[in-house]
Design a protein around this ligand. Structure first.
Ligand SMILES: NC(=O)c1ccc[n+]([C@@H]2O[C@H](COP(=O)([O-])OP(=O)(O)OC[C@H]3O[C@@H](n4cnc5c(N)ncnc54)[C@H](O)[C@@H]3O)[C@@H](O)[C@H]2O)c1
Length: 378
């Protein structure tokens, strides 16, 4: 089927009417950078009213309300104050990583569904606490990985599930850049908890783990460093504040005998640590994915396969029609809340992603391989 025909179906799907007779009362916790993307999406949803905003920085929530012309939205100086005063149908948790767990658990304990920004949190212990609160509440919790809604990202999973590659035994993923440390609240343990790992590493992990069905991680041997963020010649403005990772590499064993070789960089003396490759017993897949956190693959993917005993390769064309990935992430969450559906990006999967990040930090700090034990919550 041609792309043009396919995109007609996609358009019809996107234009599915939303019943706006009853508005969902939504709150946003944390009105910093990413809250803007949540707000812009909510504004495009006819069945949503953002009625409450919270930020611990005095005046920040109010300024946000003014920016988005929300004169009736009530503003609070903490998530606890907001949750005590409001009856809400859903909340976006848009705080920095270090407060993801406490804000999400507080919402779930009040019976409010949550769209939680990525990474899920900072440690595996926090992820377990979130999962427990989610289970007790029975409410929807979705984690904010919008690249999941990109047709090319979805194609990676389809290729794996089609059996084209055969049994997968080795994956190399990650990526990164020669120089770009984001600054702001991303570079301190007290706010971000982790650096490049949580900012961009979690996306590369989600891309491949989602494709292969999110097997449990078993062990990790890892390394992390901070040579660039702490170097006044390279990062003069904020090197004094910098106390997270700007580079990490890890060798991870997954359930089912799959090996995951991972590296991520905010800064290094190299252009890229390479594409993502997935090796199966029948074929291999190369994914130009240096910036997969921007929502898609970096170019056409290649499949390497023997045909009649000859080594061949062919390109998988780039698929269009992705639309606004952020709107899709928000809409899928709202639909799960309204119609009682499954979480679109479930914490039962993302806890494995978080367990790897946690294992990388532990292993790097101990200087040896560590086991990963994820308590059974279900
Ligand atoms: N999905 C994406 O594309 C994407 C992009 C950028 C950032 N993010 C994620 O979004 C999160 C926030 O990033 P950001 O750039 O918006 O950070 P930010 O620092 O600009 O904003 C976070 C805000 O949360 C507030 N806050 C912290 N704890 C709070 C609490 N307990 N109650 C109320 N407010 C609280 C802070 O005061 C701050 O204003 C991070 O986890 C980041 O990884 C996701």
């Amino acid at each position: 089927m041609s792309d043009a025909v396919l995109s007609q179906f996609k358009k019809a799907e996107e234009e599915k009417a939303v019943d706006a007779t009853k508005k969902l009362r939504v709150g946003i916790i944390g009105t910093g950078g990413i809250a803007n993307a949540h707000m812009q999406s909510y504004k495009r949803m006819p069945d949503v009213e953002v009625i409450a905003l919270a930020d611990i920085i005095p005046g920040k929530a109010k300024a946000f309300a003014e920016k988005y012309d929300l004169p009736d939205a009530r503003c609070y100086s903490s998530h606890t104050e907001m949750l005590a005063a409001e009856e809400l149908d859903a909340v976006s948790v848009c705080t920095y990583n270090a407060t993801h767990a406490e804000c999400t658990i507080a919402c779930l304990n009040k019976g409010i569904p949550v769209l939680l920004e990525k990474p899920m949190c900072v440690t595996l212990e926090e992820a377990v606490a979130i999962r427990k609160a989610e289970k007790e509440s029975g409410k929807v919790l979705s984690i904010g990985f919008q690249p999941r809604f990109d047709p090319n990202m979805q194609m990676i999973k389809k290729i794996v599930e089609s059996g084209e590659l055969g049994e997968i035994y080795y994956i190399q993923t990650g990526g990164g850049r020669r120089r770009y440390i984001p600054g702001s609240t991303f570079i301190e343990k007290s706010t971000a908890g982790i650096g490049a790992l949580g900012d961009i590493g979690c996306y590369s992990l989600d891309m491949v783990l989602n494709a292969i069905g999110y097997p449990k991680p078993l062990t990790v041997s890892a390394y992390k460093s901070d040579f660039f963020g702490k170097n006044p010649e390279i990062y003069p403005i904020d090197c004094e504040r910098f106390d997270v990772d700007d580079f990490a590499a890890a060798f991870i064993r997954l359930e089912g005998g799959v090996i995951l070789d991972f590296r991520i960089s905010w800064a290094m003396h190299m252009d890229t640590p390479g594409d993502t490759i997935i090796l199966g017993k029948k074929a291999g897949l190369r994914i130009p994915s240096t910036d997969c956190w921007n929502g898609s693959v970096g170019g056409p993917m290649t499949i390497y396969r023997d045909v009649a005993g000859v080594c061949t390769e062919f390109k998988v064309p780039i698929l269009g029609g992705g639309g606004n990935l952020f709107d899709k992430k928000v809409r899928s969450f709202l639909d799960a809340v309204k119609f009682g559906g499954e979480s679109p990006v479930p914490s039962s999967q993302i806890i494995n992603n978080q367990a790897i990040l946690d294992g990388i930090v532990r292993s790097a700090e101990l200087g040896r391989e560590v086991e990963i034990n994820i308590p059974d919550i279900d």
